[in-house]
Design a binder for this molecule. Structure first.
Ligand SMILES: O=C(O)CCc1cccc(O)c1O
Ligand SMILES: [Fe+2]
Length: 316
């Protein structure tokens, strides 16, 4: 069983806003299940499909996907702030393979990854350097978006590399996807942003501690208000989330192609695009063969501003 998958929502609010005790306990149980899964699997390498929230990628140069050859955590919301343990030579060969499959992926030799990319690894391993990891950015927040079909093909190309590369014939690779499902946290969008917000979206790297703290407090305040029913935040959409999870379960991944960005905004919120990391990760796993989803947790959680899901999968 050389490959496996964990896909999970993330939320920087996990440590900042308290849902009811039973809800919190159920999420912690899901994390425990995922942790046991990865410890049993014991991957030699993690391929980490992560989004970004204008901490590492900005509108000065916004690729649809990017493979990191070396990478550092930005430390937003107290997430991982140091270097990642990236096997550069493998990342380089992966990028060449993907490009040869006609997917024009960007690369970075100094990638910056935020809470959205590192939180699953922190929850599963506690330490971003515990395993060799290849960080793969999948744009999930900054329009324009490529079609979901392209995201699926991108993930499949990544998966094909590990399914066919001689060096990985006996290696265990974990595909990790982070984000979603339905949610609409207060991340500015270009189309409706003020001039000051547009400057941040374009040129917001390395914020002052004050600016970062203000941004984080705004998210925390919004989450508390959303849970109290007083925020004008778009509702979570459990139906949409369950339909998405159903596609993951069936393995009929071409069905993801019908996900349209405008419809997703309307039905599931402006951050629902984070499921692009899931589409990539599931497609990567499916490139090696049929799989089974072995664990699924789902709960819409306003305190975390997330249709919160955790899934694990193994090859059949
Ligand atoms: O502050 C931000 O930029 C967004 C934080 C955030 C909140 C809820 C769910 C998420 O997935 C998320 O990323
Ligand atoms: Fe996010």
């Amino acid at each position: 069983m050389p490959q496996a998958l964990v896909c999970m929502s993330h939320s920087p609010l996990l440590e900042h806003v308290e849902p009811p005790a039973d809800v919190k306990a159920s999420v912690q149980e899901a994390f425990t299940a995922a942790r046991e899964f990865v410890h049993d699997f014991a991957p030699d390498l993690v391929v980490n499909f992560g989004p970004d929230h204008y901490n590492g990628f900005f509108y000065d140069l916004m690729p649809p996907y990017c493979i990191g050859f070396t990478a550092t955590g930005t430390g937003d919301y107290d997430s991982w702030a140091g270097p990642l343990n990236v096997p550069t030579e493998v990342a380089e060969r992966l990028a060449q393979f993907v490009i040869d499959r006609d997917i024009d992926v960007a690369i970075s030799r100094a990638m910056e990854v935020d809470h959205g990319a590192v939180q699953p690894m922190e929850l599963l391993y506690g330490d971003l350097t515990d395993r060799p990891i290849i960080p793969v950015f999948v744009n999930s927040v900054a329009r324009p978006f490529v079609k979901m079909e392209r995201v699926r093909r991108f993930g499949a190309a990544v998966g094909e590399f590990f399914a066919t590369d001689a060096e990985f014939a006996d290696a265990k690779v974990l595909f990790l996807g982070s984000g979603g499902l339905s949610h609409d946290p207060p991340v500015p969008q270009w189309a409706t942003a003020t001039d000051a917000q547009r400057k941040f979206l374009t040129d917001g790297r390395n914020p002052t501690p004050e600016a970062r703290a203000a941004r984080q407090q705004r998210t925390i305040d919004t989450a508390k208000a959303f849970a109290a029913g007083t925020a004008s935040v778009q509702d979570l959409n459990p139906e949409w989330d369950r339909a998405f999870l159903e596609i993951c379960r069936t393995g009929e991944l071409e069905r993801f192609d019908a996900l349209d960005a405008d419809e997703m905004d309307a039905a599931a919120g402006h951050s629902s695009h984070e499921v692009r990391t899931w589409v990539s990760a599931y497609s990567a796993l499916a490139a090696a063969g049929a799989y089974d989803v072995t664990y699924e947790f789902y709960r819409p959680i306003k305190e975390y501003i997330a249709g919160f899901a955790v899934t694990t999968a193994t090859l059949r």
